[in-house]
Design a protein around this ligand. Structure first.
Ligand code: RIB
Ligand code: CA
Length: 312
């Protein structure tokens, strides 16, 4: 049976690729796409989710907009990485032909989980504001969430401050709710996602498909590559978010290690850090499966195969 998931995104180039991967995978039943403020403002991330689905012909998955700012701290976006629109690179003409679901994302997440028999996974690839809010809105969803596979955090350096990764730093208070919820959680952090750099030879694999979605992926990845080269000196942009989807599709593709993880919400310089006790120094309950190693060749075969599956 395909695994039912709700994908919570802030597109964002890598979120866009995560949507295309999840929708194309026979191992996944994509129940809904929910959007959150993150890489860009909520109107922009929501429009981008609709644009990606419109371009890919995804018309059977509800898209619902969620929280337009973090629970406590001021909003921050990542225009330096994803551009003013949040999905610079491709050109989009006219309005997407995919409607916006009228329900608030938090209400849709709660509704789907409460109607389920506990077989739904959540796959957040942006700030955890919607997920944290849903857990506070309706605590009865907690035992209904089969697993959370998220992109976020790091046990070492961050990418927004020396200590903090973007998704967690945007809303550390929401992240703390999620990481302390007791729901089984897999954390695909920067040490994992930086193994999935879309180098020029990888981008060429998408170009060699000679299909509309292959070309779409190239347009997105070439812009994403330009900003990651300029901001971080990388030879390829890390495809962060699809790794969280890949774990759902085939957990053997991602090695994990159980660890206790706390979210720093008080410190001045390490605010938003995922404090990962990889060596079990504290002897505290291991609340997170921390992703450590990606089967990189299989990941790219999966990603290219998914884009190819959309056909000519
Ligand atoms: O730090 C990387 C994460 O922040 C990714 O999810 C990217 O899309 C941005 O949301
Ligand atoms: Ca994201």
């Amino acid at each position: 049976m395909p695994q039912k998931i709700i994908l919570d995104v802030d597109p964002g180039h890598d979120d866009a690729m995560a949507i295309l991967l999840a929708n194309a995978s026979p191992e996944i039943d994509l129940l809904a796409i929910t959007t959150v403020a993150g890489n860009q403002t909520l109107p922009k991330t929501t429009l981008n989710a609709r644009r990606v689905c419109s371009r890919a012909g995804i018309h059977d998955v509800p898209i619902a907009a969620g929280c337009d700012r973090p629970l406590v701290r001021e909003q921050r976006v990542a225009a330096n990485i994803h551009g003013e629109s949040g999905l610079e690179g491709p050109t989009f003409s006219g309005e997407p032909d995919v409607p916006l679901d009228p329900r608030h994302a938090v209400d849709l997440i709660v509704e789907l989980l409460m109607a389920s028999d506990g077989d739904i996974m959540l796959v957040p690839t942006g700030p955890l504001t919607n997920i944290g809010m849903a857990m506070r809105r309706e605590p009865r969803i907690l035992p209904k969430i089969r697993h959370i596979s998220l992109m976020g955090g790091a046990w070492g350096f961050g990418n927004q401050t020396p200590s903090a990764e973007f998704n967690i730093l945007v809303d550390p208070e929401a992240a703390r709710i999620v990481f302390e919820s007791g729901v089984p959680l897999t954390m695909c952090g920067l040490e994992l996602t930086h193994q999935a750099k879309a180098t020029p030879d990888i981008i060429q694999r998408f170009a060699d498909l000679h299909t509309p979605l292959g070309d779409f992926a190239v347009e997105m990845l070439q812009f994403f590559a330009s900003t990651y080269r300029r901001m971080h000196g990388f030879d390829g942009p890390p495809l962060h978010d699809p790794t969280a989807v890949a774990w759902v599709i085939d957990p053997t593709m991602v090695e994990t290690q159980p660890a206790h993880v706390d979210i720093e919400t008080h410190a001045e310089f390490s605010y938003g850090r995922t404090v990962v006790d990889l060596h079990d120094v504290l002897g505290l309950p291991k609340n997170v499966q921390v992703a450590t190693k990606l089967d990189v060749p299989r990941f790219w075969d999966l990603m290219v195969g998914a884009i190819a599956s959309y056909g000519a």
